[in-house]
Design a binder for this molecule. Structure first.
Ligand code: OAD
Length: 229
């Protein structure tokens, strides 16, 4: 079975009603990154950080996967599909995708502040000061903040190297190391970039740029890939 690796970003979930970060009225226009998504913010104002992610989590319990998420699931009929997502939502999983690697963490999980191996599923939207791990330390959102290492990046690079087809969906490709993954894909490998603001990535060959929303473009692109022999 050929392997398709799909790198997704906030645009993938936009049609589900989740705001992107850098589009007009995006999350980073209304919140300062360093005040809600950094280790410094957590040290100085943990309640503000918890509130920011609580609001994101609350919304996540209210939204659903969109046509784009469901289209990617259909690829599994013919391909070994590996999704590498920058998104912290669980919409790929809820749509039915089998292999999803989260580069920037997961909103519905919390982790211990003294033992990063202690990770807990949250089945409720609110994480509060005073919520503790089994070793007695405060729980934090299971999110990779700015200035923190991206523990899954090596695994993502390995997966990306083995792609027979590579797809990028709904990401501005400005946040590294995720944006650098495309450089691990072999030159000859067919590549697709689906995003209304997609651009020709410098130095990347065999790239088809599809400037459309994921919900419109992906059902067609998936049909094409399923009909290819
Ligand atoms: P951005 O907000 O930077 O980019 C969103 C992209 O989605 C843009 O290129 C939009 O054109 C595109 N877009 C909007 N609507 C779309 C739609 N319906 N279909 C397809 N594309 C659409 O979000 P990311 O690239 O995901 O990190 O941002 C990367 C990281 O920066 C995030 O994971 C987050 C953020 O800071 C952390 O929080 C660690």
């Amino acid at each position: 079975m050929k392997r398709i690796v799909i790198l997704t970003g906030a645009g993938m979930s936009a049609e589900s009603g989740i705001s992107t970060f850098r589009d007009s009225n995006g999350l980073w226009q209304n919140h300062r990154i360093e005040e809600v998504a950094s280790p410094e913010a957590w040290a100085l104002h943990p309640e503000r950080v918890l509130e920011f992610y609580n609001q994101r989590r609350k919304q996540l319990f209210e939204v659903k996967p969109n046509t784009g998420h469901f289209a990617l699931v259909r690829l599994e009929k013919k391909y070994n599909v590996q999704i590498v997502t920058q998104n912290v939502d669980d919409l790929h999983e809820r749509a039915g995708s089998s292999h999803v690697l989260h580069l920037h963490g997961e909103l519905k999980k919390a982790r211990s502040t003294i033992d990063p191996k202690l990770i807990y599923e949250l089945n409720h939207w609110e994480l509060k000061l005073g919520d503790k791990c089994e070793k007695g330390s405060q729980l934090r959102p299971h999110i990779v903040w700015f200035g923190e290492a991206v523990p899954m990046i090596e695994k993502a690079a390995e997966i990306t190297k083995s792609a027979d087809i590579f797809m990028v969906v709904g990401t501005s490709m400005v946040v590294y190391p995720a944006a650098g993954l495309i450089h691990y894909v072999e030159r000859k490998t067919p590549k697709y970039y689906v995003d209304p603001k997609a651009f020709t990535v410098h130095g990347i060959t065999n790239l088809e740029v599809i400037r459309e929303k994921a919900g419109k473009a992906l059902p067609h692109l998936v049909d094409r890939l399923l009909n290819n022999s």
